[in-house]
Design a protein around this ligand. Structure first.
Ligand code: HDE
Length: 707
C-alpha cells in the first residue's frame, strides 16, 4: 500500500517552494481593495458618471479606477499553447537512489544521492484547446522541469515512447492535420476526422505511433497511472568526457491503467476535468504520485548495431535489447496555488539541459530545440525565463537586457563581454561551464534521412503482437471508431490498406467494420515477435493497491449502517476514497431507524454523479433500501454501466438481488445463502451476510488489475 511513498522523504519546503513564496501574496480581509498602483478604492460598483436623482447620464472617461479594471480584464488572455494547450501541473521533488549513473554522466542531479531537486510537472493533452476535456483519446504530455543547482533541466516527454514523425520539418503539417479542420474548426479534442487519417495514411512513418495512440494508452485512467518517456535520444557525458546515448523512462508506482473507451467518451461530458481533479485529490489526500526515473543506455560504439536507427523517434529501443536501469524517483507532493502563474505560465524547452546531459543528432530533437524557446516568446514575451515558475533556483548572470516586461534590475554600467571589470565572464567546464561534446562530424549537406529511417512497420507490428487479446480488441474498436468518423472514402480506404502492412487480421477486421479495403492476403509476413514491456499488463502494480481509487456506495433509506461504516473504514485504511450516493443529497436513514432519523448524509445523489466517475461500486444490505434501489431506473443504470465498464461491484445480503435484477446474466456467480461469499470472474464480489472480519480482505479483492 504505497509503502515506498512512506519511505520517501517529503520535502515540500524545497528551494523552489521558498523562491515562489517570495512572490506569493495572500488576499486578506483586513487590507482594503486597492488599484494596481496601491491606492485604496472607495466604490467598486459604480462607474464615475454625470447623473442626477432621476437620470443616469454619460459615464466619464476620467474614471481611472473603472478604466484600470476594464483594461486589466481586456488583456487577461494570452495565446494558448499551439498544442498541449490543456494541462494540469503539480510540484514535487526528485532524488537519485545512489551514484550508479556517475559512470555515464557528470550531472549531479542524476548522480548525487544527497540532493533533493525540486521539480514542476505539467501533464497535458495535445489536440484540444485549453477548455477541452481531459478524458479524450490523445497522447498525453508529461513535461518535467528539474530546478537543479546547475540550472533548469527540462525533460519534455509524453506518455508514449515514440512519435508520429521523424523530422521536425514535418511537424507543422502533422499538427495542422490533427487539429480541428480549418474551414469549420471541427472537431475539438479528437483525431477522428478526415484530415488526420488522410495525413496518417500518407505518412507511413506514423504507423507505430498510431498503434500506441489507438491502444489503451490513448485513454489513461489517471495522469498518476501513466508511464512517461523522453522519446528523443539524448546523450550523457561523464567526467572523462565520454558520451553515451540515452533514453529516459518514467514508470508510475501505481501501475499503468486506462479507461474503457465508452467510459472516456462519457466522462468527456460528465466530468471534463476528471484528470485534473484526480491529480489534486490524490496529492491533497496525502497519496503523492510517484515515478521511478530509469535510463536506457547505448554506448557510442554500438550506435549502428541495431536494425533500427537509434536516433529515429518513431522507434523504441526494445527493453529486451537495452534494459531500463532505474536511477532515481520523483513524487508530486504539492498542488499549484494558482493555475495561471504556474501551470499556464510554466514554459518548457528541450534545449534546457545542464552539464553532463546533451543532445543527439535525432532530427526531431534538433527541431524541438529551436521550437520551444521560440513559441514561449509568442506566449509569454521575451522575458519569460524571469517568470517565477520558470526562473532557476541558482544565480542567473549574463548581459541579456531589456525586452518587454523585464523584471530583474541589474545595477552597474557593464552589459557586455569582454569588459574591463571581468563581470559576467564565461566559466570553464572544470568550474561548471556547459561544454558541448566534441563530436566528430562528416557528411554532405543535403536533405536526406538514413537508410534505417525508411523502415516503418516492424515496430508497429511488434507493438500489435505484444498486446493481450483484450488490448488488441480495444485497438480494433478505436481504429474503427476513428475511421468510422471519416466520410471521405479515400481516407478510410487508404488507412485500411496501410494496416495490412502491420497485420492481416487487424487490417481485415477494421476494414470490414468501416467499409475499407478488405485484404485477401497479407502485404507483409507477421514475424510473430513480441516484447512484453509494450503491453500495459506488464505494468500492473507490482503490489495491487486500491489507494486513491474512488468507490461509490449506493444507499437508500433503510440501508445497513454497520456494513457501510465497516466498509468505509476498511477503504479508508487502504487509502481509497468512498462516496455515499443516495436518492437525494441529504440525510439517508439507516435500517431500523427510519423513524428516529439516524443515518448518514449522502455526498451526492444518483443524478449528479455517474458510475463513470468511480472505480468500484458497493451496495450494502437492507430490505427497504434495496427495494427502492431496484425500482430506480438510474440505479439500475449505475449497476449495468459499472459492470459494462469492468468495474468491481460488491453487494451484501438483499443487495445481491439488486445485482441480479440489474444485470440479468445467468452465468454470473453470486452468493446464494447467508454463508456464501463469492468472488466472480467478472469482478463481482457478493456475500450473503456481512462479516466485518473479512472486510479488509474484500477490499483487497477489489484491487484493480491492468484494466
Ligand atoms: Fe512538443 N511542442 N514538439 N513534443 N511538446 C510543444 O511548446 C514541437 C514533441 C511536448 O506542458 C510546444 O510550449 C516540435 C515530441 C510536450 O508546456 C511547441 C516537435 C514530444 C509539450 C512544441 C515536437 C513533445 C509540448 C507548444 C517536433 C514528446 C507541452 C507549446 C519536432 C517527447 C509542454 C510549447 C508543456 C509542447 C514543438 C514533438 C512533447 C510548439 C516542433 C516528440 C509535453 O514548441
Amino acid at each position: 500500500m504505497l509503502s515506498g511513498l512512506k519511505k520517501h522523504v517529503v520535502s515540500k519546503d524545497n528551494n523552489k517552494a521558498k523562491d515562489l513564496r517570495g512572490e506569493t501574496e495572500y488576499m486578506t480581509g483586513a487590507s482594503g481593495l486597492t488599484t494596481d498602483f496601491g491606492v485604496k478604492i472607495a466604490d467598486d460598483d459604480n462607474w464615475l458618471r454625470l447623473s442626477n436623482a432621476e437620470d443616469i447620464g454619460p459615464s466619464l472617461l476620467e474614471d481611472h479606477i473603472g478604466r484600470e479594471k476594464i483594461h486589466r480584464f481586456d488583456h487577461e488572455r494570452i495565446p494558448e499553447r499551439v498544442i498541449h494547450a490543456r494541462g494540469a501541473g503539480a510540484h514535487g521533488h526528485f532524488r537519485v537512489f545512489d551514484n550508479r549513473a556517475a559512470k555515464w554522466t557528470s550531472a549531479p542531479v542524476l548522480t548525487d544521492p544527497a540532493r533533493t531537486t525540486p521539480i514542476f510537472v505539467r501533464f497535458s493533452t495535445v489536440q484540444g484547446s485549453r477548455g477541452s476535456a481531459d478524458s479524450v483519446r490523445d497522447v498525453r504530455g508529461f513535461a518535467v522541469k528539474f530546478y537543479t543547482e546547475e540550472g533548469n533541466w527540462d525533460l519534455v516527454g509524453n506518455d508514449i515512447p515514440v512519435f508520429f514523425i521523424q523530422d521536425a520539418i514535418k511537424f507543422p503539417d502533422l499538427v495542422h492535420a490533427v487539429k480541428p479542420e480549418p474551414h469549420n474548426e471541427v472537431p475539438q479534442a479528437q483525431s477522428a476526422h478526415n484530415n488526420f487519417w488522410d495525413y496518417a495514411g500518407l505518412q507511413p512513418e506514423s504507423a507505430h505511433m498510431i498503434m500506441w495512440v489507438m491502444s489503451d494508452r490513448g485513454i489513461p485512467r489517471s495522469y498518476r497511472m501513466m508511464q512517461g518517456f523522453g522519446v528523443n535520444t539524448y546523450t550523457l557525458i561523464n567526467a572523462e568526457n565520454k558520451r553515451v546515448f540515452v533514453k529516459f523512462h518514467m514508470t508510475p508506482e501505481l501501475g499503468v491503467h486506462s479507461f474503457v473507451w465508452d467510459e472516456a467518451l462519457k466522462l468527456a461530458g460528465q466530468d471534463p476535468d476528471f484528470h485534473r481533479k484526480d491529480l489534486n485529490e490524490a496529492i491533497e489526500s496525502g497519496c503523492h504520485p510517484k515515478w521511478t526515473l530509469g535510463i536506457q543506455v547505448i554506448e557510442e560504439k554500438d550506435e549502428h548495431s541495431f536494425d533500427f536507427d537509434i536516433l529515429d523517434a518513431t522507434k523504441i529501443w526494445p527493453e529486451s535489447l537495452v534494459p531500463v536501469q532505474p536511477i532515481g524517483e520523483f513524487c508530486l507532493d504539492r498542488v499549484v496555488e494558482e493555475y495561471f502563474p504556474q501551470t499556464e505560465q510554466v514554459a518548457f524547452c528541450t534545449s534546457h539541459v545542464v552539464p553532463g546531459i546533451g543532445f543527439s543528432d535525432d532530427p526531431l530533437l534538433q527541431g524541438r530545440n529551436f521550437s520551444y524557446f521560440d513559441t514561449q516568446i509568442t506566449r509569454l514575451g521575451i522575458n519569460w525565463q524571469e517568470l517565477p515558475i520558470n526562473r532557476p533556483i541558482c544565480p542567473v548572470m549574463n548581459h541579456h537586457r531589456d525586452g518587454s516586461s523585464r523584471h530583474r534590475i541589474t545595477p552597474g554600467s557593464i552589459n557586455y563581454w569582454p569588459n574591463r571589470e571581468n563581470i559576467g565572464h564565461p566559466v570553464s567546464p572544470l568550474q561548471g561551464g556547459y561544454a558541448e561534446f566534441n563530436q566528430r562530424v562528416e557528411g554532405i549537406k543535403q536533405r536526406a534521412r538514413g537508410a534505417k529511417f525508411q523502415e516503418h512497420y516492424n515496430q508497429a507490428q511488434l507493438f500489435y503482437n505484444s498486446l493481450s487479446d483484450y488490448e488488441k480488441s480495444h485497438l480494433v474498436a478505436a481504429l474503427s471508431f476513428e475511421l468510422g468518423h471519416c466520410d471521405d472514402h479515400r481516407v478510410y480506404e487508404g488507412y485500411t490498406k496501410l494496416l495490412n502492412n502491420i497485420d492481416f487480421d487487424l487490417a481485415k477486421t477494421v476494414a470490414e467494420k468501416v467499409n475499407g479495403v478488405v485484404p485477401n492476403k497479407p502485404l507483409r509476413v507477421n514475424d510473430g515477435k513480441t516484447e512484453s514491456t509494450l503491453s500495459q499488463t506488464h505494468f500492473a502494480s507490482k503490489k495491487p493497491t486500491i489507494a486513491t481509487r474512488r468507490v461509490a456506495i449506493l444507499i437508500a433509506d433503510g440501508f445497513n449502517m454497520v456494513e457501510v461504516e465497516a466498509v468505509r473504514a476498511a477503504l479508508k485504511s487502504a487509502k481509497a476514497t468512498s462516496w455515499i450516493i443516495g436518492p437525494r443529497r441529504g440525510k439517508i436513514s439507516s435500517k431500523g431507524t427510519i423513524v428516529s432519523g439516524a443515518g448518514i448524509v449522502a455526498d451526492h445523489y444518483f443524478e449528479d454523479q455517474r458510475s463513470t466517475m468511480f472505480d468500484a461500486l458497493y451496495i450494502p444490505s437492507g430490505p427497504e433500501h434495496v427495494k427502492s434501489l431496484m425500482v430506480n431506473g438510474r440505479v439500475v443504470h449505475w449497476i449495468r454501466e459499472a459492470f459494462g465498464h469492468c468495474k468491481v461491484i460488491g453487494a451484501i445480503g438483499e443487495a445481491v438481488a439488486a445485482l441480479n435484477h440489474a444485470l440479468e446474466i445467468p452465468e454470473l456467480q453470486l452468493s446464494k445463502s447467508e454463508t456464501d461469499h463469492v468472488v466472480s470472474s467478472y469482478g463481482v464480489v457478493t456475500a450473503g451476510k456481512y462479516d466485518v472480519a473479512s472486510a479488509a480482505v474484500d477490499v483487497l479483492k477489489i484491487a484493480p488489475g491492468p484494466k
